[in-house]
Write a new protein. Structure first.
Length: 349
């Protein structure tokens, strides 16, 4: 499956206003504070129980099972931080930020960095120049990105379909590192708060690991925990846009079509909703970022029906199929790079 680059004009802004009225009339933009209160309390209780179990088990290779547990919990806590960043929990920014900074601290993520990066992604989904989620040095999501690869990154882009999941093992550490870099260069008010939160997380995390575990067991625990956290995070976000149409500079798609045509839903039961933190309703989430997570399932039927009536392509598939689309797209983009010699850029011919 290869992506399409859209650049043709297609402006019909009133369609989104019509859909918004339909969604608002159904009460789907109303906050669900009770849901989030239960979700947050349960998450924190399970996380605290895991910390107690970690100490109780002591220096044992059974701790690798706890590493898997904490990888799952770190992702579930990150989902709450994601929702807070979109103001899905409370209407007031400050209340959401309190929740966001708390959960960012628990997993060692810079909440300020995440909100900024993710907001740019929502404003320009799958835009080859402006979407930060397409700006990954080791991967090429469009042919033009592949033409700009050199050296080791070129080799990686050639074989990116095979390297994609192994690369996700480093995503957890990459998230930590991006947060550290962001705070280091930050010159705004949250810098002290962010620095305090990240340092506290690092000190508590490393102290707990190496006080309870021997050095070798501790290092293996960290590798398994951080690696699986990265895989879980990557597998939660990758199906949403990778392999969907990309946008080029100068495109004139309206907001509705820009969000729908570049997003992919993952079909499934409420178990899929839980595993992917509601991100499986990516079309609805991009159209209404502040919509509370539990309302997305109900909104999906309305949005899909609206798109059918207006002749707008609406994409959804199963979870495993979504990963197949991602890998097929990466393999197709890397194909010209695997040919003998470096492909020529037509613009220089």
């Amino acid at each position: 499956m290869t992506s399409t680059t859209y650049s043709e004009p297609h402006v019909r802004g009133s369609d989104y206003a019509s859909l918004s009225r339909e969604i608002r009339a159904a009460g789907l933009l109303d906050r669900r504070r009770g849901y989030y209160l239960i979700r947050i309390v349960l998450n924190l209780a399970v996380f605290a129980a895991g910390c107690v179990a970690f100490v109780a088990i002591g220096d044992s290779w059974w701790q690798l099972l706890m590493a898997v547990f904490f990888a799952v919990m770190f992702t579930q806590l990150s989902f709450i931080g994601h929702d807070a960043g979109h103001k899905q929990i409370f209407r007031a920014r400050r209340a959401n930020d309190v929740v966001g900074y708390l959960h960012g601290g628990l997993v060692g993520l810079s909440y300020d960095w995440w909100v900024g990066k993710h907001s740019r992604h929502h404003a320009n989904p799958n835009h080859e120049d402006n979407d930060p989620d397409l700006d990954i040095p080791a991967l090429a999501f469009t042919r033009s990105q592949g033409l700009n690869k050199r050296g080791f990154t070129l080799w990686m882009a050639k074989h990116q379909a095979y390297l994609f999941f192994p690369l996700l093992l480093a995503e957890g550490l990459n998230l930590h590192w991006n947060g550290i870099q962001h705070v280091w260069h930050l010159r705004r008010k949250p810098r002290v708060l962010e620095a305090t939160v990240l340092v506290a997380h690092m000190v508590i995390y490393l102290t707990a690991v190496f006080v309870v575990l021997s050095p070798l067991t501790g290092l293996v625990f960290i590798a398994v925990h951080q690696g699986l956290w990265g895989v879980y995070m990557g597998c939660s976000f990758a199906p949403n846009h990778k392999g969907m149409p990309t946008l080029a500079a100068g495109h004139q798609l309206d907001f509705l079509r820009k969000q729908v045509l570049t997003s992919r839903n993952v079909r499934g039961s409420r178990h899929v909703d839980f595993i992917l933190g509601g991100l499986n309703y990516q079309v609805e989430h991009h159209l209404f970022p502040s919509m509370p997570r539990p309302n997305l399932r109900r909104a999906q039927a309305l949005v899909q029906a609206f798109c059918v009536r207006h002749g707008i392509d609406y994409t959804q598939c199963g979870l495993m199929r979504s990963y197949t689309h991602v890998l097929q797209h990466l393999h197709a983009v890397g194909a010209p790079l695997r040919q003998r010699g470096r492909p020529r850029d037509p613009s220089t011919a």
